[in-house]
Write a protein that binds this ligand. Structure first.
Ligand code: C2E
Ligand code: MG
Ligand code: MG
Ligand code: MG
Length: 295
């Protein structure tokens, strides 16, 4: 009996594993296909989320990829980025994102009504570890900027701690070369990885992005008690970042309470649903125009 039950279980898990594997394979094949499609048929698309300062001015946007799959609907990056990273498709995907984000910035800059918000706007683009490690990463960036006609000063690359922790010397070298050209860097999801304060000091980071998990804890901390720690951490992170001459951006700001607490803590930039969800190109443009006229 016990053996029978056991066999059934093993079969069940074997089947589930097989399903998961073929599911991943299908996803991978579909992704490879769409990356080959011409721009007019492209299923990948970008949404843009505003980054504002304490006065509410729009400083930049973060480009976030989505996949409009013909049969599965709109797929969020959480469902395909990891797979793309493990099979290497992240390299062409990342290149597509960079190209499209920069081209979009150019379109905003070229609007005939010449929206003032677009002139100084920073375009933040996520870069995966594998993409950053590609030998021709720097020349790819240069080529895209030159072809599209956007200044390197408008581009901010978001790296995670895992990119950096990997091979510090090579990373530093690459970052320095890009920095010489004017590209800026943000450290994404700060506080979730192997935050080594020793390397943080050496990195040419302009913007430190405090992970959403710290921001989420703020509401809980307005009460007293042991839950007080997370806001203390936010204060400490901001103080440290400022010491290192980095700007601090808080991710995932969803409420006015969170915003106010972060403003009091000296946070420089804010991003989250409280201001806007990530929006398609036209939606972001409308949001920004509206923000500007209501000033
Ligand atoms: P991330 O770079 O940390 O991006 C922020 C994520 O938080 C986005 O999720 C955004 O929609 C979400 N978010 C923003 N504000 C709020 C908020 O107030 N509340 C909540 N709950 N969430 C908020 P998204 O678009 O699903 O992207 C998830 C992750 O996928 C990104 O995290 C990034 O790591 C990765 N990703 C997205 N686009 C790209 C890309 O083009 N290349 C690479 N390599 N990774 C990407
Ligand atoms: Mg990011
Ligand atoms: Mg982040
Ligand atoms: Mg995050």
């Amino acid at each position: 009996r016990a053996k029978e039950a056991n066999d059934t279980q093993v079969q069940f898990f074997a089947h589930a594993l097989q399903e998961a594997a073929s599911e991943r394979l299908a996803l991978r094949n579909d992704l490879r296909q769409t990356l080959r499609l011409p721009p007019s048929a492209q299923q990948l698309l970008l949404h843009y989320q505003p980054q504002v300062n304490a006065a509410g001015n729009l400083l930049g946007v973060e480009a976030l990829v989505r996949w409009q799959h013909p049969s599965r609907g709109l797929i969020p990056p959480g469902a395909f980025i990891a797979e793309a990273e493990s099979c290497g498709l992240i390299v062409p995907l990342g290149h597509w994102v960079l190209q499209e984000a920069v081209a979009c910035l150019r379109r905003w800059q070229q609007q005939t009504d010449c929206a003032p918000w677009a002139k100084q706007l920073t375009m933040a683009v996520n870069v995966s570890p594998r993409q950053f490690r590609e030998p021709d990463f720097i020349s790819r960036i240069e080529d895209v900027l030159a072809q599209v006609g956007v200044s390197a000063l408008s581009l901010e690359l978001e790296l995670t701690e895992s990119v950096v922790a990997d091979d510090l010397e090579t990373t530093l070298e690459k970052m320095a070369l890009l920095r010489d050209r004017g590209v800026r860097f943000a450290l994404d999801d700060f506080g979730t990885g192997y935050s080594s304060l020793a390397y943080l000091k050496r990195l040419p980071i302009d913007t430190l992005k405090i992970d959403r998990s710290f921001v989420m804890d703020i509401d809980a901390t307005t009460q007293s008690g042991p839950g007080k720690r997370p806001a203390v951490l936010i204060d400490a992170i901001i103080a440290m970042a400022h010491q290192l001459e980095m700007r601090v951006l808080a991710e995932g700001v969803e409420t006015g309470t969170q915003r106010e607490r972060l403003v009091r803590a000296g946070c420089d930039i804010f991003q989250g649903y409280h201001f806007s969800r990530p929006l398609p190109e036209a939606g972001l443009q409308a949001w920004a125009n509206q923000l500007h006229t209501s000033e």
